[in-house]
Design a protein around this ligand. Structure first.
Ligand SMILES: [Mn+2]
Length: 260
């Protein structure tokens, strides 16, 4: 029987300095660490070197979460989109230097002018997603797109959005299935059954189905036993990264008990 690997995102300590984060990852009961290339933990060449030294000594395997604050890959402004692309490509290069398998990015958002240009953000989202995927492939990294939560004006939140995306995109862009996000629109089972062959990475955190709380596993209303059964049914053997911001050690252990 194949088993997923349980990892941990550094999101829970994003408010702390980078150095503190590098000390915290030792204490986690996993070597699969997702680095959030954002805020205090934004990557640079020196930090990549530090992380690679840690990986060589302690066997860490990294994935990178792309920057997401003020990032809109469907931005209607050419100069802004160019700046966004530059930042994202830099993040991909760091992911490549860290030997990451997966680089996680968010889909684009609607803006205050979207109503005047119907469908435009969808086209731009598709175009930028392809571009990022190609750029990442050229650097040995798999860029994969995440389902994001309500009520934000993201373009790709539902299973139907992803169906449309995959019917229009020829590149084999993987899906980062975020279980907590899918709990908010009640589509955990739908996503897992529809995209078993597309999912290349997962995010796990809990909530009460109303807002994106990123609670510890078992601290919201996600039915984790059911999730575990569905994950087994699709023979998923890649990484499930805990993206809770509290009870992180307990969450790692809980998912391990259920799945590994
Ligand atoms: Mn996520």
């Amino acid at each position: 029987m194949v088993k997923p690997k349980i990892g941990l995102s550094t999101l829970y300590c994003l408010g702390e300095p980078f150095k503190k984060m590098t000390q915290r990852i030792f204490k986690a009961d996993t070597t699969y660490i997702e680095i959030v290339d954002e805020g205090f933990h934004a990557l640079n060449r020196r930090r990549v070197q530090i992380l690679n030294e840690l990986a060589a000594s302690y066997g860490f395997k990294y994935t990178v979460h792309a920057p997401f604050a003020d990032i809109n890959i469907a931005s209607p402004s050419k100069p802004l989109l160019n700046t966004i692309l530059k930042r994202l490509e830099k993040s991909i290069l760091y992911a490549s230097a860290l030997n990451c398998q997966v680089w996680v990015f968010h889909p684009g958002l609607k803006t205050g002018i979207s109503m005047f240009y119907p469908g435009k953000e969808w086209t731009r989202n598709l175009k930028t997603a392809r571009l990022l995927f190609k750029f990442a492939s050229d650097h040995g990294v798999e860029a994969a797109i995440e389902n994001v939560p309500e009520p934000f004006p993201f373009i790709m939140k539902s299973m139907e959005d992803f169906k449309r995306f995959y019917s229009e995109v020829n590149e084999n862009i993987g899906l980062v299935f975020d279980i907590g996000h899918a709990n908010i629109n009640g589509q955990i089972e739908l996503f897992l059954t529809a995209f078993g062959d597309k999912i290349v990475h997962m995010h796990a955190h809990d909530n009460y189905g109303k807002s994106d709380q990123h609670l510890g596993i078992g601290y919201g209303n996600v039915n984790w036993e059911k999730v575990a059964n569905l994950v087994r049914e699709i023979s998923y053997d890649k990484i499930i990264t805990i993206e809770s911001v509290e009870h992180v050690d307990e969450s790692v252990h809980k998912l391990k008990r259920l799945l590994v």
